[in-house]
Design a protein around this ligand. Structure first.
Ligand code: NAD
Length: 503
């Protein structure tokens, strides 16, 4: 019998997961719609590139002013589409504003022509210059957990380099992206340079097809699909994927500080952060005291819907199936012998909330220690020593972040270097996302490529071109191959050099 696919609605309702209220609606774009956006983008990009960096910088500076004028509206929108507390939304806005300031200040230097330095015996008499031209159209595909800040972090350098951008926000949190578009248009950016491809996987796939580079952030599963699809047109991709970030607590650590770091790193945004602390290994002598301090702090966290700053600490679980996964991880751990010291269940209240949870007596047979949980769950494991902690930290397919907590900063740095992750913080958590000049990204299944990353972070959105210039007249050519008179004669013959063979 003929199977008829269920009709998909032409629009997507956006629901606040803290209240269940529908707070907006966006179109569900088709492949055809995305191709139309791309045609418009390619036209607009030429104007944008012609404006030069000075013209583009003016717009980035204006955009930052727009953001301070519209601060409350942006924070309210981030909070409404995701349910997250106002304070978490404020962090997102701040990252966005800082990204505008950083690229407005530094992009010009990163994009300037670069003359090769250093001796190159085979290039005597030549100048070698590398140029950075915009690639054209950059596709940016983002997840729902920190939509606004990630969109700003990726789109700003892509635009600063002179590209047009098609941003595909998550279908769960598309409303703050509309404000980014409004910000740029109000700041004088030509229409078509920054556009939104609203929708689901269909729109996302089409964004891959039309782009010259795809910056993807999301799950490992979708990341693999994006890379496969991009391979068809040999389009470059960066993939910022999931993590299972370990925290290593040594016996000499300041335990008060380490406990606060653990609670902040694991519970910020209800644990829906790729670089959340997802598991903790504590040296045996301080294990009990550390656990007691963590539990005390976690029990104080306030959960709920947020309508003003400072009111709640933990928001809802944004993606409906995610709460089932969190529940399944805790259930699996308990079935295998873990103990719940606090939390351990859905919150008994309206909205999609999970109680902040601390688990002990955990080990690597449990999903909660090996798979990304992406929720407010902190499993803590006792280890004999730092060696065991490092071994377990690396016993994972992921490699996004990690942290080491110790009073001995030198030893901390040495251990951090042995954690197989894109970043490892010593006595800190998550702070590196705001280091725009430093590369942010993962190893192993946590992804490929880097965001932020200073010069490399903007040049990934560029086509490089090398121009060599032979400053000597041809008849006086010097061609010298240090180790082979034979090669020298041959090359001289090939290029028809008749000048004297000299050193
Ligand atoms: P997801 O992979 O389901 O979706 C990400 C985006 O891809 C969405 O916009 C979605 O619509 C789009 N998409 C879906 N199918 C697609 C397809 N076939 N082709 C192209 N695009 C498609 O991820 P999610 O659930 O939104 O986000 C959660 C995940 O993101 C977690 O694993 C988290 O760790 C990860 N994440 C990573 C980072 C990082 O920087 N490494 C940052 C934030 C989140």
């Amino acid at each position: 019998m003929l199977q008829v696919a269920p009709e998909r609605s032409a629009t997507i309702d956006v629901e606040n997961p803290a209240t269940g209220e529908v707070v907006g609606t966006v179109p569900r774009m088709t492949e055809g719609d995305v191709h139309a956006l791309a045609a418009r983008a390619r036209e607009a990009q030429r104007t944008w590139q012609t404006m030069g960096f000075d013209g583009r910088r003016r717009i980035l500076v204006e955009a930052r002013k727009w953001l301070s004028r519209n601060r409350d509206r942006v924070i309210e929108t981030i909070s409404a589409e995701s349910g997250k507390p106002r304070d978490d939304a404020t962090v997102e806005l701040t990252l966005g504003a800082e990204a505008l300031a950083f690229w407005a200040k530094n992009a010009e230097g990163y994009l300037a022509d670069e003359r090769m330095r250093g001796p190159a015996p085979l290039l005597v008499g030549r100048t070698v210059v590398t140029r950075y031209e915009p690639l054209g159209l950059i596709g940016i595909i983002e997840p729902w957990n920190a939509a606004y800040s990630l969109e700003m972090l990726d789109a700003t350098p892509a635009l600063a380099a002179g590209n047009a951008v098609i941003l595909k926000p998550s279908e769960l949190t598309p409303l703050s992206a509309e404000l980014i578009q409004e910000m740029y248009l109000d700041s004088g950016m030509p229409p078509g340079v920054f556009q939104l491809a609203h929708g689901d996987g269909e729109a996302g796939g089409a964004v891959v097809d039309v782009s010259d580079y795809v910056a993807f952030t999301g799950s490992e599963r979708t990341g693999r699909k994006v890379m496969e699809r991009a391979a068809k047109s040999l389009t470059q991709v960066s993939l910022e994927l999931g993590g299972k970030d370990p925290m290593l607590v040594l016996a000499d650590a300041d335990l008060e500080r380490a406990a606060s770091g653990a609670v902040y790193g694991a519970m910020f945004n209800a644990g829906q952060v790729c670089m959340s602390i997802e598991r903790v290994y504590v040296e045996a002598p301080v294990y009990e005291e550390f656990v007691a301090k963590v539990v005390e702090q976690v029990r104080e966290l306030r959960l709920g819907a947020s309508d003003k700053a400072g009111k709640v600490d933990i928001g809802p679980i944004i993606f409906p199936p995610q709460i089932d996964k969190i529940e399944a991880h805790v259930r699996d751990a308990v079935a295998k012998g873990a103990r719940v010291l606090t939390g351990g269940k859905r919150a008994d209240r309206p909205g999609r909330f999970y109680e902040p949870t601390v688990l002990v007596d955990v080990d690597h047979t449990m999903d909660v220690m090996t798979e990304e949980t992406f929720g407010p769950v902190l499993p803590i494991m006792k280890v004999a020593d730092a060696e065991e902690a490092v071994r377990l930290a690396n016993d994972t397919p992921y490699g996004l972040q990690g942290s080491v907590w110790t009073a001995d900063r030198e030893r901390g740095a040495q251990l951090a270097a042995r954690v197989e992750a894109g970043t490892c913080n010593v006595n800190d958590a998550m702070v590196n996302l705001a280091a725009f000049a430093a590369p942010y990204g993962g190893r192993k299944s946590s992804g490929i490529g880097r965001r932020n990353a200073g010069a490399a972070g903007i040049r990934r959105f560029c086509a490089t071109q090398v121009i060599t210039d032979n400053r000597r007249p041809l008849k006086r050519e010097v061609l010298w191959f240090p180790y082979s008179p034979w090669a020298t004669r041959m090359v001289r013959g090939l290029v028809g050099v008749r000048g004297r063979f000299t050193r």
